[in-house]
Ligand binder design. Structure first.
Ligand SMILES: [Zn+2]
Length: 450
């Protein structure tokens, strides 16, 4: 086996290796305090932390690596011991492949093991029937559950775990135009926001306050907002870091840190036709309010709350952590915004790895839901579309091109395979080339979910 630093060890040194891994991350693992335990390669998995970099294809990872730690450096996500690739295609209603997925179909793939049509949330492509999700199975098996994102909590990736709707646009009670059969009036389960709190997910942290402030229009919670509904269901609702720090670990938590998406970490000039002057990114977004938790802060708190909830049950947890705005800044052809979000995601990966180092019965998986537009091209290239030249931390020029749509339009996802990497027992199941739907089976098998 290999440690994350690449030293080769004999099988007999497995315990030493586990100890070395623990030592290597001691500085960041301190927050979780417990003594380490040891698990074999296919031993029982108690906890799963799944981290999704939305739109984080190989070029997005390479761009963040080149800019920050340098071409020869390694990000946290590069240090997971098992790395493979997986395919992400969606399907048409008749089951034929749709080669470029969106986050809804993609999320439905990994969350349910079923491929579906673009835009659909945890329902079948043809009959539009709900299919069980990893989070629902985890709850049924007594695990604590959490979902953390930098997008709205009603956006596609968190939505595929805790709701089932015909179309991803049906985020709040006032957004149901594309989901007539899902409305409470029609006997359906309601919007993504309503379903998410009805699911009693233990920890929900992200943006999207605007969806939860919409009035509920039918059913037992009519007359209040979705936030009121959440409170009636026992949720503590918080809106900033101070509120999050003060929550009671005994009750579910709904953290709504922005009206829409959580503001990005970094800013800079967007890519332009003919390129930009060489630029350095601003690593502190002046429009990001003080008191907005970072993705790593939210992941740390989520792990703390989930472990506290399970303190007496002996059972584990399933946590999903999404770096959502890698995708959104890629759509906007904003390389600095995109890199800053990838770096923020990588810090959350470090939090997960630090926890797993102290709790080796934890499986950590990092992957993306689909590839995206940005490509690193030669500095002397003259791309016909949008491009920007960056000056990296190691002082070199790097040119990034966004050419998947006409300048002025949203840049598009790509249909490429993406990286999937893992650490912990059952982590070797990501090796080779697998499909997104196989991740559902990997996590279901690892947690022995029935
Ligand atoms: Zn997207």
């Amino acid at each position: 086996m290999r440690t994350p630093t690449g030293r080769r060890l004999t099988v007999g040194a497995a315990l030493l290796a586990a100890a070395a891994t623990t030592l290597a991350v001691t500085t960041t693992a301190g927050a979780f305090g417990d003594t380490p335990t040891h698990a074999s390669a296919h031993g029982a998995v108690k906890n799963v932390i799944l981290l999704i970099g939305d739109g984080m294809g190989d070029s997005e990872i390479t761009l963040a690596r080149d800019y920050t730690v340098g071409a020869a450096g390694r990000l946290s996500m590069d240090r997971l011991p098992f790395t493979g690739a997986y395919t992400t295609y969606a399907v048409h209603a008749d089951g034929t492949p749709d080669y470029v997925t969106d986050s809804a179909a993609s999320g439905t793939g990994w969350a349910t093991g079923h491929k579906t049509v673009n835009g659909r949330i945890a329902k079948t492509p043809d009959t539009d029937k709900a299919v069980p999700t990893l989070l629902e199975l985890a709850q049924r098996n007594g695990l604590a559950t959490g979902s953390v994102t930098t997008a709205e909590l009603t956006d596609a990736t968190p939505a595929v775990l805790a709701s089932h709707v015909t179309d991803r646009s049906c985020q709040g009670p006032a957004d149901m135009a594309a989901c007539p059969a899902d409305t409470i009036t029609a006997g359906g389960p309601g919007s993504i926001a309503e379903q998410s709190v009805n699911h009693k997910v233990d920890v929900l942290l992200g943006g999207g306050r605007q969806r939860f402030e919409q009035p509920v229009t039918a059913g037992p919670y009519r007359g209040g907002t979705v936030t009121d509904q959440a409170r009636k269901l026992g949720y503590q609702v918080v809106t900033d870091s101070a509120g999050l720090a003060g929550v009671d670990a005994g009750k579910p938590v709904l953290g709504l840190f922005a009206a829409g998406n959580v503001p990005v970490e970094w800013t800079g000039k967007a890519a332009a036709v003919g390129g930009t002057a060489p630029q350095r990114c601003t690593t502190r977004n002046p429009n990001r309010p003080a008191g907005t938790p970072s993705l790593a802060d939210s992941a740390t708190k989520a792990i703390e709350l989930l472990t506290a909830k399970q303190k007496h049950s002996g059972k584990g947890f399933f946590l999903q952590v999404e770096g959502a705005s890698i995708d959104k800044q890629d759509h906007a052809a904003d390389p600095c915004g995109q890199i800053g979000e990838t770096v923020a995601f990588d810090r959350a990966v470090q939090v997960a790895r630090a926890y797993a180092a102290k709790h080796p019965d934890t499986l950590v998986v990092t992957t993306a839901d689909h590839g995206h537009s940005s490509q690193i091209v030669p500095v002397e290239a003259a791309p016909p579309g949008l491009s920007s030249t960056l000056v990296t931390d190691e002082g070199q020029q790097l040119k990034v091109s966004y050419g998947t749509n006409t300048p002025g339009k949203s840049q598009e996802h790509t249909g490429t395979q993406v990286r999937i990497a893992a650490q912990g027992p059952h982590g070797d199941r990501v090796l080779g080339v697998t499909d997104q739907t196989d991740l559902f089976t990997t996590i279901r098998t690892a947690l022995a979910l029935r």
